[in-house]
Design a binder for this molecule. Structure first.
Ligand code: MN
Ligand code: MN
Length: 417
């Protein structure tokens, strides 16, 4: 990663210590070189006021070089906008595990919460529902998902790596891992205070309803319910589901299937935009009609940049799928902060706060941009510069008229073009 500090900045830091010009020259020479992973003593930070003599969490500092020694353009107090699933409590059950990053873990993330879940082959996330909409992406393996809508219409299908689903608010559903090794997926909810451990579970509900009422409700003897679990199942191990077509037909008897499908095959979708720097797939209600949550699946090649931009209609919640990157968020009032991200990390940007994401690793960086809005929207710096009178823009930035004339007229999204 290039060190973006200016010489002026370096000199002013040393001036504090009253170094003579010869010492200053020597110090400046010593500073030349790339920043290293050794956060305790990076080659570029050797002045007395930049040495950290102790109490260094080396591995964590090495994973967060832009927090340990930030770019000199960072300034002021910006609320932390990163949390890692690696720090979340994992609830482990027979049949799988789950953990979450919500507004409790990352207070800035008020509009969206995320859940990682692993289900074994045959492992079931119990039949349940919640107030919030549930958007999901399969990260590994396969699952069978089921749901029933407000007209009693059914949805049953199998989803594979890269596929999405959306369960509307209040719609009851289930997820079950398939062979050979179950699955792992990410769930995204349209409320930062969502709690995966506080959903409406079918066993929990029935265990808290008088048996005589259940009997009257289904016109059967009360003993019918003797084996209903006394405590929620939540995630449990059982056998694999039956034949897909048979189960679909059984569930659809009398009412049919949901009119708009709850799943979306994002893995086979043509990218919305492809450049030399990478590609993006934008999935909102224009192509996935049931979703109130929009998504961009971004792939940045090494050195690629998700260009400077903001979103005028929603906060952005991010999940890093693979690779390494960094993001600077400018929070107005001369405040800005850069943080580093890698797989399993969550990022968050408040509405209309500008930001970029840069691939700082040597492999592809893949991440999700998620929004609590059915319509994806963004505004880029380059678009703004290209479509403002160039004289006026140049009077602000003094970059030269030819630079402004040469900015692509269409939005680029990912650099280099
Ligand atoms: Mn759910
Ligand atoms: Mn963004």
């Amino acid at each position: 990663m290039p060190d973006i500090e200016t010489d002026d900045t370096k000199l002013s830091r040393r001036d504090v210590f009253g170094l003579g010009s010869a010492a200053l020259a020597a110090a400046t020479i010593a500073m030349v070189g790339e920043r290293t992973a050794d956060a305790q003593q990076p080659a570029s930070h050797t002045a007395p006021n930049e040495i950290n003599p102790g109490q260094v969490n080396g591995p964590l500092a090495a994973e967060n070089p832009d927090s340990e020694w930030s770019p000199s353009t960072d300034s002021g107090t910006v609320k932390p906008f990163k949390y890692s699933f690696a720090l979340s409590h994992k609830r482990v059950e027979n049949g799988g595990w789950t953990r979450q990053v919500t507004a409790r873990e990352l207070p800035i993330s008020t509009t969206i919460a995320g859940v990682e879940m692993r289900l074994t082959a045959g492992g079931v996330r119990e039949l349940h529902w919640h107030v919030e909409a549930e958007w999901a992406i399969m990260l590994y393996g396969s699952a069978r998902i089921t749901a029933v809508d407000q007209e009693g219409r059914s949805f049953v299908n199998d989803v594979n790596k890269g596929d999405l689903w959306l369960f509307p608010p209040g719609v009851p559903h289930s997820i079950q891992g398939l062979g050979p090794d179950g699955c792992k997926f990410l769930l995204v909810f349209d409320d930062g205070n969502f709690d995966e451990f506080h959903t409406f579970l079918i066993t929990d509900w029935l265990a808290h309803t008088p048996k005589e009422v259940l009997a009257k409700n289904l016109d059967v003897p009360p003993s019918t319910f003797d084996k209903v679990p006394k405590k929620e199942l939540f995630i449990f191990q059982t056998g694999l589901p039956g034949d897909l077509k048979t189960e679909q037909a059984q569930a659809a008897q009398g009412t049919g299937t949901v009119p708009k499908t709850f799943d979306f095959k994002a893995s086979t979708m043509k990218p919305t935009k492809v450049t030399r720097g990478g590609e993006v797939k934008i999935i909102d209600s224009k192509i996935f009609p049931v979703t109130p949550i929009s998504a961009a699946i971004v792939t940045l090649k090494p050195g690629g940049l998700r260009e400077l931009h903001w979103h005028p209609n929603a906060d952005e919640w991010q999940y890093y799928i693979t690779g390494k990157g960094r993001m600077t968020v400018f929070a107005a009032g001369s405040t800005a902060r850069t943080m580093d991200f890698e797989e399993g990390d969550v990022g968050y940007i408040p509405i209309s706060n500008p930001h970029y994401i840069e691939n700082t690793g040597d492999s592809d960086l893949v991440f999700l941009e998620m929004f609590r809005t059915s319509e994806y929207q963004d505004i880029s710096l380059a678009e703004w510069m290209a479509h403002t009178p160039h004289l006026l823009m140049n009077q602000h930035l003094d970059v030269g008229m030819s630079v402004l004339d040469n900015i692509p007229k269409g939005e680029v999204v990912i650099r280099p073009v």
